[in-house]
Design a protein around this ligand. Structure first.
Ligand code: BGC
Length: 294
């Protein structure tokens, strides 16, 4: 009797099996899981993840490191949390460097990318994750609120991508841009007009750059999370009636986890995502597709 197996070089081969080892399906399953753990889809890659001191950014940096990447951990206010991200990356076997950058400041954006090249030797993947939101009735939005939200969420992603692309172009290298937008790149969010303006802008920026940068071998995609269990949703999580109302609108009936977002980011950063560009991946438990007749 013969069956498929993998030899030491992980080549598919045929194996002679006797009566005794027949049915040892466990063997095959174990090899498959070893291969997943050792996938190393991002071996030798360098990633910059903005806002990686907490929430989704932290989970993405850790996951990219688990898949073999070295990472620049960007933080603005929370140095201890960024240190925790660095420790997680190192525990996963990756190299991590911490860089302080406020992505709303152009010089900080340029420096962040420069640091990836100076300290880690290159940069292949940019994850524009840093983001903030401010709740206010439209008529009450101040110029300061507008600038704070638009400058971090949109201007930051814009100029970081520009700095990243300039370096890639000079080095004649391909690259991956992954923006963490939101379901609200497409779905209304009353009382969060600045947030919607920034995420809607990110949607069109991604589409535009996918076309302009495609010939350089640079892919550009968005991940659009819905309600994810992270610090940005602190006040929502503390308000049970509001949380229950939101959960009632989510077909999967729960919030998402940062790790679920990180899995899609790893896919888009890896060879598995090599032909994907100009797309938004919604990770929202079905929220955006839910419609109730009023
Ligand atoms: C926002 C959250 C909101 C979720 C679903 C996210 O982009 O950051 O505050 O709960 O979308 O509406």
């Amino acid at each position: 009797m013969e069956r498929d197996c993998f030899d030491d070089n992980e080549e598919l081969c045929r194996e002679e099996i006797s009566e005794e080892n027949a049915g040892e399906e466990i063997y095959k399953e174990k090899r498959v899981s070893e291969r997943i753990n050792m996938a190393g889809r991002l071996d030798g890659k360098i990633a910059v993840v903005t806002g990686s001191g907490s929430g989704i950014g932290q989970a993405i940096a850790e996951r990219l490191a688990q898949e073999g990447a070295n990472c620049v951990v960007d933080y603005r206010d929370h140095v201890e949390e960024a240190q925790a991200t660095r420790d997680k990356i190192e525990a996963a076997g990756g190299k991590a460097v911490m860089v302080h950058a406020d992505v709303s400041v152009l010089a900080d954006c340029t420096n962040l990318i420069e640091q990836a090249w100076a300290q880690l030797g290159s940069c292949d993947i940019l994850v524009n994750n840093a983001g903030i939101e401010k709740e206010a009735d439209f008529v009450d939005v101040t110029e300061a609120d507008y600038d704070a939200v638009l400058n971090v969420n949109l201007k930051g992603a814009f100029f970081l991508t520009q700095a990243f692309v300039r370096k890639l172009q000079a080095a004649k290298k391909p690259g991956r841009v992954i923006n963490i937008s939101s379901v609200h790149e497409d779905m209304v969010f009353p009382h969060f007009s600045t947030y919607c303006a920034s995420k809607g802008g990110m949607r069109m920026l991604m589409r535009d750059l996918a076309v302009e940068l495609g010939p350089l071998g640079i892919t550009v995609n968005n991940i659009a999370p819905g309600a994810i269990n992270t610090p940005i949703n602190k006040s929502l999580l503390a308000d049970k009636p509001k949380l229950d109302a939101l959960l009632a609108n989510i077909p999967l009936g729960r919030l998402g986890n940062p790790e679920e977002v990180a899995g899609v980011a790893a896919f888009l950063a890896s060879d598995d995502g090599s032909y994907v560009t100009g797309s938004t991946y919604f990770l929202d438990g079905g929220l955006i597709r839910n419609y109730h007749e009023q």
